[in-house]
Design a protein around this ligand. Sequence first.
Ligand code: ADP
Ligand code: MG
Length: 346
Amino acid sequence: MTIRPLPDTLINQIAAGEVVERPASVVKELVENALDAGASRVDIDLEEGGVRLIRIRDNGSGIPADELPLAVSRHATSKIASLDDLEGVATLGFRGEALPSIASVSRFSMSTRREDAEHGSVLEIDGGRVGEVMPRPHPQGTTVEVRDLFFNVPARRKFLRAERTELGHIEEWLRQLALARPDVELRVSHNGKPSRRWKGEGGGAGAPSLLSDTRLHETLGQEFTRNVLRVDHAAAGLRLHGWIAQPAYNRASTDQQYLFVNGRSVRDRSIAHAVKQAYSDVLCHGRHPAYVLFLELDPRRVDVNVHPAKHEVRFRDSRLIHDFVYRTLHEALAGTRAGVEAGAGA
Ligand code: ADP
Ligand code: MG
């Protein structure tokens, strides 16, 4: 076969293979864009577990009409312009890949208006075929609609699960979001019925406030909230804060382990290990702790460009962070450990 460059749509569909696994990944990418645009309220409307429709509306900055075609082009982003920017990136997005990928495997439309624009605009893309920018009334902010996900990629469509399963994945991601950004109001509807609502808390526009007990309770339930210890410790330019469950409240799985690094929900083996170690003498074998932890550090000490879907990060000084997390939690659990020993001795 002769060597030929791939057509753009196919390039985007290949990228979509990495970024867009299921409806929940679309919700994640679109809501992250809304947050990066400074939204204080995000409305999420879903149909059939997001497979038929995902509509995300935000009250963020909006996009200038003449930049709409760029927003949906591959490797076009307003968030970084140089390697130096990448190394200190503080936004959730930076790859300029999500919109073109999503638009190549769905019926996609993006409507938007900047505060200073006379009227709104819309751009529609059908399975990667890009239309013209047209005028369309829209309040300040952006609405993205994604219909019939994977309609043109039968191999992917086949892997979609039942409506309830896909909805479950979306809800899990929304819980992470609700924990990470208590300052943002979230409204969710499914098949035309309002299903969840989180009120925005304090902070003021765009300023992430600390997670309140109310939102913790609304998100993870009363059992969790009743059995937690507060943690807040800073040293060596690192800060770890949040809640960890008392050892008596433990889980059969790792389902209530939430870790955010600079506001981004991530999985990290080293930190998970540090937490496990801290609990090792107060938890039975095979049981797992529950926690909501926020680690904050200079963005230059963490590489977020590791994974296309950004589920993982790489720390420049991983060992130091491991030990910091271990020591902070070991200390926080000291009271419960005394309890265990006293109990055992009695
Ligand atoms: P990235 O988020 O990595 O920059 P995306 O493909 O997700 O890449 O988005 C491309 C660009 O489109 C963003 O850099 C941003 O400028 C613009 N954009 C996307 N969604 C929104 C939104 N909801 N509000 C304002 N601008 C947006
Ligand atoms: Mg993005």
